[in-house]
Write a protein that binds this ligand. Structure first.
Ligand SMILES: *Cc1c(COP(=O)(O)O)cnc(C)c1O
Length: 461
């Protein structure tokens, strides 16, 4: 089984560049292929028969994949995953898995150091969304300790973020019972950043109205445009108002490896979310939450039943991730990152991120040079938002419809994969480069593909 699966994986990688970026398939076809009743009898080695169909109906992550914010899956990490699953460690406490817990603590400290927050603690998570949820849970716990716990039921706690904040933040606020009506979304400036003065007035205003501001979420790389909120100013405001500062760095913060200047102020945060499955190119899933104060994480998450209680008093042997995290049973996520960084060295990651940043600037320049296209946001990191504009003057709603049709056409053409964003009501095509496989020739396909797709889309759509 292992040899055959390895053969399929190696063949897939060899062939990756030539593959369609999105399979020529439809819901009916994938359903017909894979939706079968549960087999009562095992097929043994014959069960491998359908695997080539699975591979052929996957989206291919070659160098021309520029959708969403999605890392490109380092094969070294993938190889490590096979071993991690075979070892089947439950990375819950040193007591249950000494090596795996130590590796995870090691890679978490590497990640903290990578973003200039050496003294922070934390754990790997399923992604940025769970890291954001955990961060706001710790924020709520620690701020309500200082106030009256009953007030959270009264819907008096407030959380602040920019209007460009990732959707996982309203989700976390809802799940934590804070209520989305208590999430104040501050309008962004022309660079899609949160203006500190407006944050300050919003907090002031809520205080005066008897609310309890508990947390500010700043973005270090918004998902749409990669905007980085002004962290030092926001940190100063958070400190002045005794409000928790969480930085959502799931998209961007690991780019500090390539240029820490953009991320000044990150170390002033109380907690930071990172996503090694994005800009450290790790196979899904691998997120990370970093926090400054372990005591507060314990106060939030530590519920120990006797069966899981550590019997050791040694600081290392009694360590438990489950006391600092939502998760109890946890897979061995650290092995892939540990092996991948050891294999390539950190410098290779710095260089790959620098290359992605440079490719985004290259694309932005190509768009600026093309009369039929229009850049719709500054390129702070590696997300490039633009649209087809054409030569005649086209009404805004028609432009929105036409660009949505162009995007669908680009994906059908199968050569490059873009996604979309809406900025100030404008539908954008969005290329985001967090891909260790992308090269200049890959990026140079984007403009011609969009122009070719635009020709194929009738103007009345
Ligand atoms: C991707 C992303 C998230 C969510 O992370 P997942 O790993 O998809 O759960 C949160 N915030 C930002 C800015 C992101 O780019």
């Amino acid at each position: 089984m292992a040899e055959e699966i390895t053969r399929l994986a190696v063949h897939y990688l060899d062939d990756l560049d030539a593959r369609r970026i999105f399979p020529l398939t439809q819901a009916g076809q994938t359903d017909a292929l894979f939706r079968r009743s549960t087999p009562e009898e095992g097929a043994g080695i014959d069960s491998l028969a359908n695997l080539q169909d699975v591979i052929d109906h996957c989206r291919a992550q070659n160098g021309r994949f520029f959708g969403y914010v999605l890392g490109s899956g380092d094969p070294v990490g993938a190889a490590a995953d096979l071993l991690a699953s075979v070892l089947n460690q439950n990375v819950t406490a040193w007591r249950s898995s000494p090596a795996a817990v130590t590796l995870e603590r090691t890679v978490v400290s590497w990640l903290a150091e990578a973003v200039g927050c050496r003294s922070f603690h934390g754990s790997l998570t399923g992604g940025g969304s769970s890291a954001n949820l955990m961060a706001l849970a710790i924020a709520r716990e620690s701020k309500l300790r200082a106030n009256d716990r009953g007030l959270i039921e009264a819907g008096k706690c407030t959380v602040y973020a920019s209007g460009e904040v990732h959707m996982s933040i309203p989700k976390a606020v809802a799940l934590l019972g804070i209520g989305t009506s208590n999430l104040q979304l501050i309008s962004t400036n022309e660079r899609f950043q949160m203006p500190p003065s407006e944050l300050d007035s919003a907090i002031q205003h809520d205080r005066t109205a008897g609310k309890i501001p508990i947390a500010v979420v700043a973005s270090a790389g918004t998902v749409n445009t990669g905007a980085i909120d002004p962290l030092p100013e926001i940190a100063a405001i958070a400190r002045r108002h005794h409000v928790w500062l969480h930085v959502d760095g799931a998209y961007g913060a690991l780019a500090a490896l390539a240029g820490p200047e953009k991320f000044a102020g990150l170390a002033l945060a109380d907690s930071i979310s990172l996503d090694p499955h994005k800009w450290l190119y790790q196979p899904l899933d691998c997120g990370c939450l970093l926090f400054r104060d372990r005591v507060l994480a314990h106060a939030t998450f530590s519920r120990t039943d006797d069966y899981a209680r550590s019997l050791s008093t040694d600081a290392i042997e009694s360590f438990s991730f489950f006391e600092e995290s939502i998760e109890l049973s946890r897979r061995f996520r650290a092995l892939r990152l540990w092996l991948s960084v050891r294999y390539h060295g950190l410098r290779a990651f710095r260089d790959a991120i620098k290359k992605d940043l440079a490719l985004a600037q290259r694309l932005a320049q190509q768009i600026a040079d093309e009369r039929d296209l229009q850049l719709l946001a500054p390129v702070e990191l590696s997300a490039v938002c633009f649209r087809f504009r054409g030569q005649e003057s086209i009404p805004e709603d028609e432009l929105n419809r036409r660009n949505a049709a162009i995007l669908q056409r680009v994906i059908q053409r199968g050569r490059v994969y873009l996604s979309n964003a809406t900025l100030h009501g404008k539908f954008c095509l969005r290329a985001c480069i967090v891909n260790h496989r992308s090269t200049e020739p890959d990026v140079d396909c984007i403009v011609p593909e969009v122009l070719a797709a635009a020709k194929e889309v009738p103007s009345s759509t």
